[in-house]
Design a binder for this molecule. Structure first.
Ligand code: MN
Length: 261
């Protein structure tokens, strides 16, 4: 078999393995290596191209009232970041209500509505004054959280990835290019559950602006095109259960909706 046939065959085996993984408790046959691993893309509004996602960064406690409800003092805390795995992305098209699976192991599953910045350039030690030049576009997203697991691990001073960085924990809308929308430094951000307002704030209430987040992140990591940043959630996070419908809004972007199943 030539190289091309080999990869086509591998891709087919990879797809079979993925299908096997979707069945609980059923082991799939081992594919020959190399097998295909799916890349993650987000549609770009008004373009046939897709935005390839490299890394998902998320800032914690970036609105003062949310920091207080999480039990910390926002005035003394430098920004901190965590990551979700790239394949945690669940793309949600505007005008649709996507089924979002209630994840395993939790009894306290929380929404967090957030503005997301998508980078089109990378670098290290990016000055705040130039940081927005690195943003390719924006969208809205949910930083879904297994709050009970996050808290339990935090209480034990263990990494709380299990509470944040699980499968499909990052529902997200299509990318809107800054050339069309400009930057999102202020404007309403709200979230409703079953039509009842839960979160309602303004983007200008962020403790660390998107520009400051990019600058800070670039001191700790080299940033690259394809990195996206969840910019934090306002106060009044809370739980959802199966059957609930979440709708979130940011002024200037189409709403994002998911049904918990
Ligand atoms: Mn968050």
């Amino acid at each position: 078999m030539d190289r091309r046939d080999f990869f086509q065959n591998s891709a087919w085996l990879g797809a079979g393995a993925l299908a096997g993984c979707a069945t609980p408790g059923v082991a799939s046959p081992q594919p020959a290596t190399p097998f295909k691993v799916a890349a993650t893309y987000i549609p770009i509004v008004g373009s046939a191209e897709m935005f390839p996602v490299r890394r998902i960064y998320c800032i914690g406690r970036n609105y003062a009232a949310h920091a207080r409800e999480m039990g910390s003092d926002p005035t003394r805390e430098p920004p901190f970041f965590f990551q979700k795995p790239t394949d945690a992305i669940q793309y949600v098209a505007s005008g649709t209500v996507a089924d979002h699976p209630y994840p395993p192991l939790t009894k306290n599953y929380h929404y967090e509505a957030e503005l997301v910045a998508a980078l089109g350039r990378g670098g290290r030690n990016i000055p705040v004054e130039r940081a927005l030049d690195f943003v390719y576009g924006y969208t809205l997203g949910l930083d879904m959280t297994r709050r009970d697991l996050q808290r339990a691990m935090g209480d034990e001073k263990k990494p709380w990835k299990i509470g944040k960085s699980f499968d499909q924990s990052a529902p997200i809308g299509a990318i809107h290019r800054t050339a069309q929308t400009g930057h999102f430094t202020q404007g309403s951000i709200w979230l409703k559950v079953n039509g009842v307002t839960k979160q309602n704030a303004n983007l200008n209430q962020m403790i660390w602006s998107v520009a400051e987040q990019i600058s800070r992140l670039s001191q700790a990591f080299e940033l690259f095109p394809g990195d996206i940043i969840y910019s934090g959630t306002p106060e009044n996070v809370g739980p959802v259960v199966r059957g609930d419908v979440i709708e979130m809004h940011i002024d200037g972007l189409p709403n994002l909706s998911v049904r918990i199943v």
